[in-house]
Design a protein around this ligand. Structure first.
Ligand code: GLN
Length: 271
């Protein structure tokens, strides 16, 4: 089920003089009995860094996205990296897409997911969530200048959503009431493009993500008062799995909130 990679620390590697021939990914093990190893070296956090595979979305800025320099960055990425450094573990991000990331964790192909993922009661049946780390509403967005300002304007039209998101759930929950049809997309950029091209009348997206994209030039706008369903983002592991990783995330999150790193990360993408 659970795939974990153990790698020797640089310090240990140098001490043993076995640098050559040791790949960065180290040895792979499917054992679950290696959990204690990180504790044995006391407060030196750089000793035995267990490597966790963290699944995430493809393009969900400012939380995860590939920047102009071609680097995979974002608030989620930086938070996990800061916590990993704090707690002395290693991370490999897999940018899979939102529904694929959830599936990867559920099938044990990834240890955890961070993807602007909202904590919901339904998801709590299959995931264990960390403490919340960000608040986000869902908002309707339309093509700039389209003149659509309310749900009533969606009557008889088609609306774009991203598969498996709570924006999709929300749109579906009001579709009959307002008389629109829902069409699903795998990723946010494709969904936005469909709205901009006029194929769909609107999309439903998390407010901070929509605001960031519009600020970056996406030809979309958010009609006033069309936000709903406030949620909080959490890091998640499969239910009953990776409890140690979840605990380290929570402890590390508390630390980076307290020492100001969390706010620096958020500010670096939103200011
Ligand atoms: N916050 C939304 C959800 O959890 C969307 C997440 C995403 O698209 N990456 O469903």
């Amino acid at each position: 089920m659970k795939k974990k990679l153990l790698s020797l620390s640089l310090v240990a590697v140098m001490a043993l003089g076995v640098f050559a021939g040791c790949s960065s990914s180290g040895e792979e093990t499917t054992e679950e009995t290696t959990e204690e190893t990180t504790e044995t070296e006391g407060e030196t956090t750089e000793t035995t860094g267990e490597k966790y595979i963290i699944a995430t979305d493809t393009a969900f800025p400012p939380f995860e996205f590939t920047n102009a320099e071609g680097n995979f960055v974002g608030i989620d990425v930086d938070i996990v990296n800061a916590i990993a450094e704090e707690k002395g573990f290693e991370v490999e991000f897999q940018s899979l897409g939102f529904d694929a990331a959830l599936l990867a964790v559920q099938t044990g192909q990834a240890d955890g997911v961070i993807a602007g993922m909202s904590i919901t009661d339904e998801r709590k049946e299959t995931f264990d969530f960390s403490d919340p780390y960000f608040d986000a509403d869902v908002t309707m967005a339309v093509a700039a200048g389209s003149g659509i300002t309310s749900y009533e304007d969606l009557a008889g039209k088609t609306v774009a959503v991203k598969t498996a998101t709570n924006g999709a759930d929300y749109a579906k929950s009001i579709a009959d009431q307002y008389g629109f049809t829902v069409v699903e997309f795998k990723d946010s950029p494709t969904m936005y493009q469909d709205v901009i091209a006029g194929n769909t009348a609107a999309c439903f997206e998390d407010y901070p993500v929509m605001a960031y994209n519009i600020q970056q030039g996406a030809q979309l706008e958010m009609p006033e008062g069309m936000t709903a369903a406030g949620t909080q983002y959490g890091f998640a592991v499969a239910k009953g799995q990776n409890a140690e990783l979840l605990q380290m995330f929570n402890e590390g999150l508390a630390t980076i909130i307290e020492n100001g790193t969390y706010q620096e990360i958020v500010d670096s993408y939103t200011k």
